[in-house]
Design a protein around this ligand. Structure first.
Ligand SMILES: [Zn+2]
Length: 266
């Protein structure tokens, strides 16, 4: 078998033109032709043409890794290694069924599962056991959800974390590849909750002074009952005579927006 080691240049930081640059520092890959039957080898898809990362940037380490790989591939070809394990896709299918039976909604689960399978295909990961923590976190970086000011990454991530815990529970993997954010806080997904600023006393006075008709009535109701806007709205809607008009949420007056979930604090 002929193995070619080459560098996959990271074009963001490297402008080397040589595939065999001796020291640019980009990741080294190996390329080889497999003439045996296609199959799964160490969790990777083994096809005719294969291009795999060697997970090193050093030539000497790459050479010894290739030597090792050649030996393992030879053993594999001779039937000394039996592939076993559950594929990512099969495990996901089973998980959906499991959730279905529990009456859980599968929309987010299937969205995330689909993205995981897509990433695994691109990165030659076939078996669930091949999804190591570093691979799982690399996949997380490719997800199109925002963090920072939005909880959507956090919400979707918790869905797929549940998949890995389930798979560990089923015995398909030894433990979930998702780091526990309690023990490894650097993996926690951070986002700021939108800050809620209750109106000041002055702003409330202004609202009461300028609001007219139904809005004024609503504001007075909130002030007297300490009900939040949403509750006051429901209450007002249920009262005869007030129900005719729809009052848009959230209410805004002169640069002061009322949070629908907060009482008109005084
Ligand atoms: Zn390079």
């Amino acid at each position: 078998m002929k193995f070619t080691v080459w560098r996959r240049h990271n074009r963001d930081v490297c402008d080397s033109t040589s595939r065999y640059d001796p020291r640019c520092g980009c990741p080294l890959h190996v390329q080889f032709v497999w003439k045996g039957a296609p199959g799964v080898f160490e969790g990777k898809k083994l096809t005719y043409q294969n291009k795999w990362s060697l997970e090193t940037r050093s030539w000497s380490e790459a050479q010894s890794k290739v030597k090792d790989l050649e030996k393992r591939l030879k053993d594999f070809a001779e039937g000394k290694v039996v592939p076993k394990g559950t594929t990512v896709e099969a495990a996901l299918q089973e998980w959906y069924e499991f959730r279905d039976q529990d009456g859980l909604d599968n929309t987010k689960a299937k969205l995330m599962g689909g993205k995981l399978v897509e990433w695994c295909e691109k990165n030659n990961v076939l078996l669930l056991t091949a999804l190591t923590t570093d691979k799982t976190m690399k996949w997380r970086l490719t997800l199109p959800f925002r963090s920072g000011d939005s909880s959507s990454l956090s919400v979707h991530w918790s869905v797929i974390s549940a998949f890995f815990s389930w798979a560990a529970g089923m015995g398909y993997i030894e433990r979930s590849p998702v780091p526990n954010p309690k023990m490894n806080p650097q993996f926690r997904i951070r986002y700021k909750k939108a800050e809620v600023k209750p109106p000041t006393k002055k702003q409330v006075e202004k609202i009461l002074a300028t609001a007219t008709g139904q809005v004024r009535l609503l504001c007075q109701l909130m002030r007297e009952t300490a009900m939040a806007l949403v509750d006051a709205m429901k209450y007002a809607m249920s009262q005869e005579g007030i129900a005719q008009h729809y009052i848009p949420l959230p209410l805004s007056f002169q640069g002061c927006t009322l949070d629908p979930s907060l009482p008109l604090a005084l």
